[in-house]
Write a protein that binds this ligand. Structure first.
Ligand code: MG
Length: 279
């Protein structure tokens, strides 16, 4: 009986590999296990972070308060040439300011993006909008930035504390698609956090999106998106659509001409979960 079960599992594994989806999945996950099956693998053991919000042992630290070595500028033509080690070469090293343990947007220097590329991931990022708010800074002009997953799908950053902006463009919105479930913005100048689980989209060989991206977001520890399906790109006043792209792409942060601050940024790459792929 055990032998037959092993053979069945091997056949399932082979079928999964033969599907050729280009998904780096653990084929074993598609096996239909019995309840409390003792042959099922246990998750690996990992030390918990020393404090909540600190990077876990397997995190890639993207900013620890000291330098922008994990980032490059997206602005083409600006700044010195990028070192050959940075591929693809954009506008050279990121030119945002680093001081007192945070990085700060220097307006007009352009968005910055990670050197490394990511697909499915968990992200932690802390941000603060400027403490002083002038009367000219209203709606989208007030403390605007954003985290772009894969450089395409924006989780909006905005000073939405007593600041009216269109709902699908306020802080913690999936820009142009979904307002957050609640507005938990702190006062201008206060540090805030996003904790995000992002599932990348999957495209078939003809470029059709066969699994849209999904996202879960905690803003200041509060759920504001619970596993929502991203409809596609998140451009200003443009209808969302999917265009095929690589399995992994850099994360980017937006320069929207406001001196936004960021600190404690880390990411964990997440494995594909094959049961989330429709047959
Ligand atoms: Mg933005």
């Amino acid at each position: 009986m055990k032998e037959r079960s092993r053979v069945t599992k091997s056949i399932v594994c082979l079928l999964v590999v033969a599907m050729g989806l280009g998904v780096s999945c653990a084929a074993k996950e598609l096996i239909r296990y019995d309840v409390h099956d003792t042959t099922r693998d246990h998750p690996r053991v990992m030390a918990a972070p020393r404090q909540f919000g600190r990077p876990p042992a397997d995190a890639i630290v993207l900013f620890d308060g000291t330098d922008l070595s994990e980032w490059v500028s997206e602005k083409k033509g600006g700044g010195p040439a990028a070192p050959a080690s940075i591929k693809p070469a954009f506008g050279g090293p990121a030119r945002w300011k680093v001081e007192n343990g945070y990085m700060e947007v220097v307006k007009k220097t352009g968005d910055i993006r990670t050197k490394k590329a990511f697909g499915n991931c968990q992200l932690h990022i802390e941000w603060a909008t400027p403490r002083k708010v002038s009367s000219k800074e209203t709606a989208q002009k007030r403390g605007n930035s954003g985290v772009f997953f894969m450089g395409i799908y924006e989780l909006q950053i905005l000073d939405s504390y007593e600041n009216e902006a269109y709902a699908d463009g306020q802080a913690a919105s999936i820009y142009g698609q979904y307002p957050p479930l609640v507005n938990v913005c702190r006062k201008p100048g206060r540090w805030q956090s996003y904790d995000v689980s992002f599932l990348r989209p999957i495209f078939d060989r003809d470029g059709r999106c066969i699994r849209p991206a999904r996202i879960t977001v905690f803003h200041n520890g509060v759920v504001v998106h619970n596993n929502v399906e991203i409809k596609g790109s998140t451009e200003h006043k443009k209808k969302a659509k999917y265009s095929p792209h690589a399995d992994k792409l850099p994360l980017s942060l937006q320069d929207h001409n406001n001196p936004m601050r960021f600190r404690n940024i880390w990411v964990r790459e997440l494995p594909e979960q094959p049961y989330l792929i429709k047959d």
